[in-house]
Design a protein around this ligand. Structure first.
Ligand SMILES: C[S@@+](CC[C@H](N)C(=O)[O-])C[C@H]1O[C@@H](n2cnc3c(N)ncnc32)[C@H](O)[C@@H]1O
Length: 257
């Protein structure tokens, strides 16, 4: 599945506002004074910008994605100390983990399967690497004012979220629980925090794009009211409030300082 640079740019301010600030600071601290960070599914490099001001000078980023266009955007937007790696994340043996001090991902885990999460946890544990995964969708959405179709559309969207997004059956809203369990079983200390989008009328453009995508997915999952709901919600975007639930996770390896 594809993610356009335009969509990632539209969502970036909401993503940055939503990230849990304490967990982000703790992740930066876990990366250490000479940080070497591998960002999985980097898109246009939003995670680098989220860490701006939190890392010591001289930090190095290894940006991983399979989309050459997004990697080009990421390289252009990044300061020095960045390398890009065109890698299909399904093959975790290819990750450039040697000498890394932190692995990050954002808006990625919910696309992935249980098998992939278990394999990633094994790779992280093998290298004793801390892991920070932000903005995994948690299955909760609501709007103000409410609409009778919000609940059935959300249920259908959540069914669509667990369809294959390229990694096998996706975990969708169950992704953070699965990752937390896989790492806890390997002795990691796991911290979690809510990081919902809270979108108001000032983010009407994002709300409109978002409800269009939700309506398409819910329609594909068989919800008959989805398209009409999307039209109504898009028309109301300039006055509505919208909550989209996410979770951030930071996992520290055993005996981490
Ligand atoms: C929702 S976007 C998130 C991008 C970025 N982390 C952010 O927060 O803006 C998911 C990213 O994962 C990448 N991706 C999805 N499947 C992939 C795969 N099999 N191999 C490598 N990258 C993949 C996409 O190209 C996209 O950049």
């Amino acid at each position: 599945m594809g993610f356009s640079a335009a969509w990632l740019a539209l969502r970036e301010p909401a993503d940055h506002a939503a990230r849990d600030a304490a967990l982000l600071r703790a992740a930066a601290q876990a990366a250490g004074p000479q940080a070497v960070i591998v960002d999985l599914g980097c898109g246009t490099g939003s995670t680098i910008r989220a860490f701006s001001g939190h890392l010591a000078a001289g930090s190095v980023w290894r940006l991983v994605d399979n989309d050459p266009e997004l990697l080009r955007h990421a390289a252009e937007a990044a300061p020095g100390g960045v390398t890009t790696h065109r890698i299909d994340l399904r093959d975790l043996d290819l990750l450039p983990l040697d000498g890394a001090s932190l692995v990050t991902a954002s808006a990625l885990l919910d696309l992935c399967s249980l098998d992939w999460v278990e394999r990633l946890a094994a790779r992280l544990a093998e290298h004793r690497l801390p892991f920070y995964a932000a903005l995994s969708y948690d299955g909760v959405m609501h709007w103000t004012p409410a609409d009778g179709a919000d609940a059935p559309v959300t249920q259908a969207f959540n069914r669509h979220q667990v369809s294959d997004k390229g990694f096998g059956p996706a975990l969708g809203p169950g992704a953070t629980d699965a990752m937390a369990a896989a790492l806890a079983r390997r002795g990691y200390e796991v911290h979690r925090a809510d990081s919902p989008w809270r979108l108001g009328p000032d983010q009407a453009a994002l709300q409109r794009e978002l409800v269009g995508g939700i309506a398409d997915a819910a329609d594909a999952a068989g919800e008959a009211q989805a398209k009409a709901w999307g039209g109504t919600r898009a028309a109301a975007a300039a006055t509505a409030l919208c909550h989209i639930g996410h979770t951030d996770l930071l996992a520290l390896p055993p005996d981490a300082p």
